[in-house]
Each structure stands twice: as C-alpha cells, then as structure tokens.
Ligand binder design. Structure first.
Ligand SMILES: [Zn+2]
Length: 101
C-alpha cells in the first residue's frame, strides 16, 4: 500500500503540549507572522481575485522580509498552492487552533 503523506496542517487540531510546541518551532516563520499572513490574504482577496499564484502571499513575505522559499514551501506542502487555496486549506484549520487574530 502506498504511504499517503498526511499534510502537517491536518494534524494541527490534535496537537497539544510538546507536540504543539514542536509544530510551532518547525514553522517557517513565527506563529504570529503566519496569522498575519492569513489576515493579509483575506483582506486582499476580499475585493480582488486570486490569480492562482501566491502573489499576495509573496507580497506579504517581501514586505515583512520573511523567508521566501521556506514559507512558500510550507504553504505548498500544506495544500496552499495559491492564495485562495491557502485560505481554503490552511486558514480554517489554523484559525480553529489559534484564533483569527
Ligand atoms: Zn487561487
């Protein structure tokens, strides 16, 4: 049977204590930066369309001088192939765990 690699983000709901700490330590940017990135995307996509790239994510990363390859790699690994997918696949799980601010 092939091993289906679960997206890390899908485990987030169940994590607590040491495991949650390890997850946060493994993030490509601070927990707060990721929360802000999601808020930023939500604002941008409110009145603009996703062009099926990570353009607004990239804008945020550049404006905040964060690590481009690390964050886009992490987003991709978790199903966030473009800005609207980040909001669809990552934001609900993230916010259920950490709140939306
Ligand atoms: Zn999209």
């Amino acid at each position: 049977m092939p091993i289906v690699r679960k997206r890390e983000i899908e485990n987030l709901e169940q994590l607590s204590g040491e495991e949650l700490k390890a997850f946060i330590d493994s993030l490509p940017a601070g927990q707060e930066s990721i929360s802000e990135l999601l808020n930023y995307l939500e604002d941008e996509l409110f009145d603009k369309k996703c062009n099926h790239s990570l353009r607004y994510s990239m804008q945020y990363i550049m404006e905040n001088r964060l690590s481009f390859p690390k964050i886009t790699g992490w987003l991709n690994d978790n199903g966030g192939y473009c800005d609207c997918k980040v909001m669809e696949q990552i934001a609900p799980i993230w916010r259920a765990k950490f709140g939306d601010d």
